[in-house]
Design a protein around this ligand. Structure first.
Ligand code: AMP
Length: 144
């Protein structure tokens, strides 16, 4: 399965973004209000300058306490983003996420962000694929 197909099967469209210069407290509100685990930091809405995950916030909270909530996301976000394209294969994405220990990947096409896929999206698509393969094999064995 390709990233393009995974994106099409998602119920939510678009990517939640915040602008550089946003406080970590405001970013945490975006995560909490939208029940998401990470938000892309983007000046224009279709670029990806960085990503801020709930894990980044919890790590700093554990280290420095609540004062980190007043920081700007620019100082806490991950800037070295691993991204993917619409034509990438789900298996390759799973490998990159597993090796890199992250669960979110912006999808970039012609320099613009066109979506975001999560580990959950990829696992769900793989399970659907496996179930279809199983049905097809059963059909062949039973002669349907
Ligand atoms: P996550 O598991 O995606 O919530 O994030 C775990 C860590 O990886 C956090 O430090 C994130 O900022 C970072 N991270 C999340 N997504 C990516 C990505 N696509 N590329 C690089 N780092 C990421």
């Amino acid at each position: 399965m390709l990233v393009q197909q995974i994106l099409k099967s998602k119920s939510t469209d678009g990517v939640f973004t915040i602008k550089p210069g946003t406080s970590v407290a405001d970013a945490a509100s975006v995560l909490s209000n939208n029940r998401i685990g990470s938000v892309v930091v983007s000046a224009t809405g279709d670029t990806a300058e960085g990503i801020l995950s709930e894990r980044d916030i919890v790590r700093e909270l554990g280290k420095r306490g609540a004062t980190c909530m007043a920081d700007l996301v620019d100082d806490m976000m991950t800037k070295n983003l691993v991204t993917c394209g619409l034509g990438d294969k789900a298996d390759d994405i799973l490998e990159k996420m597993t090796n890199g220990r992250f669960r979110h990947m912006p999808v970039i096409e012609d320099g613009k962000m066109v979506g975001l896929i999560t580990l959950g999206d990829v696992v769900k698509s793989r399970l659907t694929e496996l179930s279809m393969e199983k049905d097809a094999l059963e059909g062949m064995i039973m002669g349907h």
